[in-house]
Design a protein around this ligand. Structure first.
Ligand code: FAD
Ligand code: NAD
Length: 575
């Protein structure tokens, strides 16, 4: 899909700019994020980067042209692509002639970026229809590639069916119940006889899942992607088998995802011991639960059950829960969960599960036990690579069993890509999708690379936790000159209205330059708000620029602004 390059607006007062020089010439390839042209405004001369990778199909405005902001100045795309509509929209008389030039460029031997007009059944075949695979398949189809997608279960993968969506649907029911039970009277609403009908909550969760999964299937079909509802297995570097038939593809994208890790201890097979799949399939609520693992899944399920008023015990092997996030955030969450009656054992090693569902563990050298009607094991997820035919294609794995990829998502076999949880990078749906878009761009000959330094991560506890970039500890460990700004939800009107006084926003910056290194938020709507810090980091905004941005009142987002003000000890609402 061709992309317009427009005259950018560099500053509030800018209305037009002058093209000084095209660094990449017409017909040459350009790379997203790499210099494309030099321009001049009334204030500065600046080198602009290419907004996409591909071939510079047409330069609409040459050197010396003065062009109003937002006007199309060039088109990037794939050789052979018809860009006459874009040129016509840009009011370029050369539209027809350029379409012709593009065809010629396609025919030229230097058109290495063009997807091969192949004799394969498909240009690209994607194995796995999770948030990595289906997103990659749709983007490939948008790029005009003949695409197949193999998925033997429900469309949407773990995320839509056994992960992100069903957990958050159940959490919504749980939080609504908790809100009515705990603060109903404070809010002036007398909600007598509030009861939980868990079967109904589970049915609603399933309705949401079905709707989202069905929506994805419709998108896939509308894009004319060939949907193979079977398990697929590589049979060579350009071939795979699905439903008893063999197909060929120029490029393949592996996106088979992950599954829960099993803990190798006696008693793990007992009835009532389950992983996240088991929890999400339940139609009744257990009165008590022992959760093994105080990571993201463990804490979200602890939130779910404790919000429904059930007894929860967490057994975590490491010295603290949520060990990958900011320590202040993890400590705050521990205190909040404990205040709701959740019992948390850290530095505890599970030994076995006995009858009656007694989880035996060692803590500080002594054997202890915790009993529950159900035991939930949430100790991480491993890649699904068995039966994928990796050996037939010579695709290599890492020591930990994940598939080795470079930053273009290529495996050691250059025409085979891998994305999502099987790559073992960061096991999040939005990372899988971003990797899928990267792989699709590379399959279409538009060079694109993955970076993992600005990835928001969210925990749907109550209140929510969201973080991006480096934690304070990580930044210090890197030897950076770190400055932090912090602001509590106790000083924020909207948070107090919503009943959250224990949360905070913390921002981490480099002291000399004001570069934003990261941030963490523990607050209502933290998961929605973290994108503000992520965008600021991506746009390379300084702390001062975010500080000077007017935030709406009364909103929880003001805690981010106040945390930035606090970097200079200038937070107005903090003593
Ligand atoms: P998956 O989603 O696992 O999809 C892989 C797909 O491939 C599956 O549908 C599978 O059936 C299919 N498949 C496998 N082998 C084959 C084959 N041989 N042929 C055909 N098809 C095959 N992440 C977030 O970002 N936010 C959250 O809130 C969140 N919550 C979560 C909650 C839980 C309880 C869990 C378990 C996970 C959660 N995650 C969350 C993580 C998220 O679900 C995963 O990171 C994401 O689904 C990974 O996407 P994927 O495309 O790599 O793989
Ligand atoms: P995790 O890695 O987040 O946490 C696992 C925890 O179990 C760790 O704290 C670990 O120390 C502990 N552990 C491991 N072995 C143990 C043992 N024998 N006894 C006691 N504790 C043990 O893994 P998870 O919680 O299973 O989640 C899996 C993946 O799913 C994560 O990568 C996560 O990103 C993703 N996920 C994301 C979200 C979200 O984004 N909101 C929600 C759920 C899951």
């Amino acid at each position: 899909m061709a992309e317009k390059v427009i005259m950018p607006k560099q500053g509030l007062q800018m209305t037009e700019g002058t093209i000084v020089q095209w660094i990449v010439k017409e017909g040459e390839t350009c790379e997203e994020g790499k210099p494309l042209f030099e321009m001049e405004t009334d204030k500065l001369t600046i080198t602009m980067d290419a907004p996409a990778s591909g071939t510079l199909l047409k330069i609409v405005h040459g050197e010396g042209d003065v062009v109003p902001i937002t006007e199309t100045i060039a088109v990037i795309g794939t050789p052979g692509e018809d860009i006459s509509a874009i040129l016509a929209e840009a009011g370029t008389p050369a539209a027809a002639e350029t379409a012709q030039t593009a065809q010629e460029t396609a025919a030229a031997p230097s058109a290495a970026a063009a997807p091969a007009a192949s004799s394969y059944d498909f240009d690209v075949a994607v194995i796995g229809g999770g948030p990595g695979g289906y997103v990659a398949a749709i983007r490939c189809a948008q790029y005009g590639l003949k695409t197949a997608l193999a998925e033997y279960r429900e469309m949407g993968g773990t995320c839509l069916n056994r992960g992100c969506i069903p957990t958050k649907a159940l959490l919504h029911s749980a939080e609504t119940y908790e809100e009515l039970m705990r603060s109903g009277k404070d809010l002036g609403i007398i909600a007598d006889h509030v009861e939980v009908d868990y079967a109904k909550a589970a049915a609603r969760k399933q309705m949401v899942v079905k709707r989202m999964s069905g929506g994805v299937e419709k998108l896939v079909k509308a894009r004319k992607i060939t949907l193979l509802k079977d398990k697929a297995c590589l049979t060579g570097i350009h071939s795979f088998e699905a439903g008893g038939k063999t197909y060929t593809a120029d490029k393949l994208i592996l996106a088979s995802g992950s599954e829960p890790v099993r803990i190798p201890i006696p008693g793990i097979e007992k009835d009532g011991v389950m992983n996240s799949d088991g929890v999400l399939a339940m139609e009744t609520l257990p009165e008590s639960v022992v959760i093994i693992g105080g990571g993201v899944i463990g804490i979200e399920f602890a939130t779910l059950y404790s919000s429904f008023g059930k007894k929860v015990t967490i057994i975590e092997a490491l010295p603290r829960i949520l060990n990958t996030i900011d320590k202040d955030a993890a400590d705050t969450m521990r205190a909040l969960l404990e205040s709701k009656g959740v019992v948390i054992h850290t530095g505890a090693k599970v030994v076995e599960i006995q009858d009656g569902l007694k989880v035996v563990y060692e803590e500080n050298g002594t054997r202890q036990e915790a009993e529950g009607e159900a035991v939930v094991v949430a100790i991480g997820r491993r890649p699904v690579t068995a039966d994928l035919g990796l050996e037939a294609a010579g695709v290599q794995k890492t020591d930990r069993g994940f598939i080795n990829v470079n930053d273009k998502m290529q495996t050691n076999v250059p025409n085979i890509y891998a994305i999502g949880d099987i790559t073992g990078k960061i096991q999040l749906a939005h990372v899988a999708s971003a990797q899928g878009l990267t792989a699709a761009a590379n399959c279409a000959g538009r060079e694109k690379k993955m970076a993992y330094d600005i990835v928001p991560s969210c925990i749907y506890s109550n209140p929510e936790i969201a973080a991006v970039g480096l934690t304070e500890e990580e930044a210090k460990a890197k030897g950076l000159q770190v400055q932090t700004g912090m602001f509590s939800t106790a000083g924020n009107g909207r948070s107090v209205i919503l009943g959250c006084q224990e949360g905070f926003a913390k921002v981490v910056t480099e002291a000399r330059t004001g570069e934003i290194l990261g941030g963490v938020i523990v607050a209502p709507h933290a998961t929605d708000m973290i994108a503000e810090i992520a965008v600021a980091m991506k746009a390379e905004a300084t702390a001062e620029e975010v500080s000077d941005t007017i935030h709406p009142h009364p909103t929880v987002s003001e805690i981010i602004m106040e945390a930035f003000h606090d970097l200079e000890h200038l937070s107005v609402h903090k003593l």
